[in-house]
Design a protein around this ligand. Structure first.
Ligand code: COA
Length: 169
């Protein structure tokens, strides 16, 4: 399966996969999804309880459309199987509110049936190569506190845990 840049016509398919996934896997919802209105989070017993928001799909569609449209500071890659179904995708962007522009790998998601075949690793490397090609030196990502398998995946691929995020209860 080939990695291709996503086009505007892919946005709905990407949103349906993403929202369907986070609905069943709330460990994916971190402060980033809450800040962008895709998730809602409250603290219970000292722990974040996060759920998709009522307008999660609309908010995420807006976000992904913007990232597909602006190829200067963001990009989206997709992997589609032989039947045309989405097997995975990755989103990267360049943020310019630091001393120097820095890269973010915003989302990486592979459908459960296609995991463990190297697709996630290739999508991540594609995003890293694109960001480096744009001259970015530092690359970050954020991941929900309890998304442990994703943490192992990123650590194995060179990412180091550097910060903790706190939310006022
Ligand atoms: C993290 C994720 C993108 C990895 O995608 P993937 O296509 O399985 O990635 P790869 O095949 O390149 O690597 C997965 C690793 O798990 C192992 N693995 C084996 N079988 C697996 C399976 N059924 N499911 C998942 N991983 C499996 C692979 O061997 C590989 O091991 P390695 O890290 O020692 O190389 C995918 O698990 C996913 O979509 N997770 C949910 C979304 C998520 O949390 N994303 C990160 C948000 S910040």
């Amino acid at each position: 399966m080939m990695i291709k840049e996503a086009v505007p016509a892919d946005a709905l398919m990407l949103a349906e996969m993403f929202i369907g996934y986070i609905d069943g896997h709330r460990e994916y919802i971190s402060h980033g999804e809450i800040q962008m209105g895709v998730g809602e989070g409250f603290i219970s017993g000292g722990q974040l309880v996060a759920v998709p928001s009522g307008c999660a799909k609309d908010k995420w569609l807006k976000y992904i459309n913007e990232h597909i449209a602006d190829k200067e500071t963001s990009n989206v890659w997709k992997v589609v199987d032989e039947c045309g179904a989405l097997a995975g995708f990755c989103v990267a962007d360049i943020q310019e509110d630091g001393d120097e522009p820095f890269g973010m790998v915003c989302d990486v998601l592979v459908s459960e049936e296609y995991r463990g075949k190297g697709i996630g690793g290739e999508l991540l490397q594609t995003a890293i190569d694109w960001l480096k090609g744009k001259g970015v030196k530092d690359i970050y990502l954020e991941s929900g506190k309890n998304n442990h398998s994703a943490h192992r995946f990123f650590e194995k691929r060179g990412f180091c845990h550097v910060s903790e995020i706190y939310k006022l209860a």
